[in-house]
Ligand binder design. Structure first.
Ligand SMILES: *[C@@H]1O[C@H](CO)[C@@H](O)[C@H](O)[C@H]1NC(C)=O
Ligand SMILES: *[C@@H]1O[C@H](CO)[C@@H](O)[C@H](O)[C@H]1NC(C)=O
Ligand SMILES: *[C@@H]1O[C@H](CO)[C@@H](O)[C@H](O)[C@H]1NC(C)=O
Ligand SMILES: *[C@@H]1O[C@H](CO)[C@@H](O)[C@H](O)[C@H]1NC(C)=O
Ligand SMILES: *[C@@H]1O[C@H](CO)[C@@H](O)[C@H](O)[C@H]1NC(C)=O
Length: 327
């Protein structure tokens, strides 16, 4: 309730509507908003969070038709193989270089510089970035699908290929690219994702881009993606290799469920960081290996195929069986 009141007053005080956070770049879907033929420089539609929605609504932000507004022809998010790329994280397009010649941009996501510092021990209320401070910021990620049409993208062919810990925090965000192979002639589809850690509604963010691998692409295709799992205090429970984006707290289509508290005593919140075993930066373990040609992506894949609970049960049984020997 307090949150909505804050939002209400914020919108009275500031001329720009603030939702939450999106990654802005000319290759994005929904850059001009969702009014056909109108270039809305003050749009925040794509920055709205996704919570408790049906699969057809949260997938690529279809709830407000953002998935129906692709970038202009020729506008791609370029991913230099083994290099990096930069996007602007902001609560509204108004605070990026895509609007008003960039005059409203600042160091942070709302056009401000916060020269006296931002954040502390309590949740930040000056802008909706769901964190207490930079070190608590949950992390964000990009995923890629080697499909040129958004309609052909599935959770299994959309692979997380880079993460950036402790974001969203500042506007400029630079992500590292692994040795990605070239895209098909029509380019690839990418997605930005963020799952905040507390400080408000436990929602998720997912938005689409047209993207293309440039530079000197690799040769090896990506493996099919499997869901990530919570493994903060038990690395053996991590899924490894090509992993799906985090689909959580929706009415349908979730690929992860958590309960209880994390190691800091906060309610567990899946994130693009080490709690799910995501390394920081380029993900180097997402490629097909030789044995994959037989059908199963790789040994790790075979080991991680059982549902989480049964894998947990299995390791418990193994441990229980070993116990008398070990102690
Ligand atoms: C968005 O608006 C700009 C400026 O009017 C235009 O150049 C661009 O083509 C538009 N993008 C789309 C996808 O319509
Ligand atoms: C933020 O800093 C930049 C660069 O010094 C400056 O141009 C801009 O006016 C500042 N913005 C605000 C809101 O103080
Ligand atoms: C960040 O926030 C967490 C959670 O409130 C707190 O434990 C930590 O001390 C804070 N760090 C800084 C540098 O303020
Ligand atoms: C993608 O990048 C490659 C390498 O620069 C280029 O040859 C290709 O035309 C690009 N694809 C699209 C759809 O722009
Ligand atoms: C999680 O932590 C809260 C306090 O922050 C506590 O009230 C709750 O009992 C804890 N839950 C579990 C499952 O440990």
């Amino acid at each position: 309730m307090f949150f909505f009141i804050t939002l209400y007053f914020t919108s009275l005080i500031f001329p720009f509507a603030c939702a939450h956070v999106a990654a802005w770049h000319k290759g994005m879907y929904c850059r001009n908003g969702t009014t056909p033929g109108f270039d809305d420089q003050n749009t925040n539609t794509i920055a709205n969070p996704l919570f408790n929605l049906k699969r057809d609504d949260w997938w690529f932000h279809a709830v407000d038709h953002c998935d129906e507004f692709p970038p202009a022809d020729g506008d791609f998010l370029e991913l230099p193989a083994n290099g990096d790329f930069t996007v602007e994280l902001a609560v509204n397009r108004a605070f990026t270089t895509l609007s008003y010649d960039g005059v409203n941009t600042g160091v942070f996501l709302d056009g401000q510089n916060y020269t006296d510092g931002l954040g502390g021990v309590d949740c930040i209320s000056a802008l909706n970035i769901h964190t207490q401070n930079q070190s608590m910021a949950a992390g964000s990620a990009f995923a890629i699908s080697y499909q040129s049409e958004l309609s052909a993208v599935t959770p299994e062919n959309l692979v997380v290929f880079t993460t950036l810990y402790h974001t969203p925090w500042e506007r400029l965000a630079t992500y590292a690219v692994p040795n990605l192979p070239a895209c098909p002639p029509g380019g690839c589809i990418c997605a930005w994702g963020w799952v905040p850690n507390g400080c408000g509604e436990p929602n998720i963010y997912m938005q689409g881009f047209r993207c293309n691998v440039t530079g000197q692409p690799g040769e090896t295709a990506l493996a099919p993606a499997v869901p990530p799992t919570w493994c903060e205090d038990s690395p053996a429970d991590c899924t490894t290799g090509a992993r799906q984006m985090i689909y959580w707290n929706q009415a349908e289509g979730n690929n992860i469920d958590v309960e209880g508290n994390d190691s800091r005593g906060f309610p567990k919140s899946p994130a693009y960081n080490s709690v799910l075993g995501f390394e920081e930066g380029a993900q180097h373990d997402i490629f097909l290996t030789k044995s994959d040609s037989k059908g199963l992506p790789n040994n790790a894949q075979a080991a991680r195929t059982p549902p989480h609970w049964s894998a947990g049960l299995l390791s418990f049984l193994v441990l229980a069986a070993l116990r008398p020997v070990m102690f």
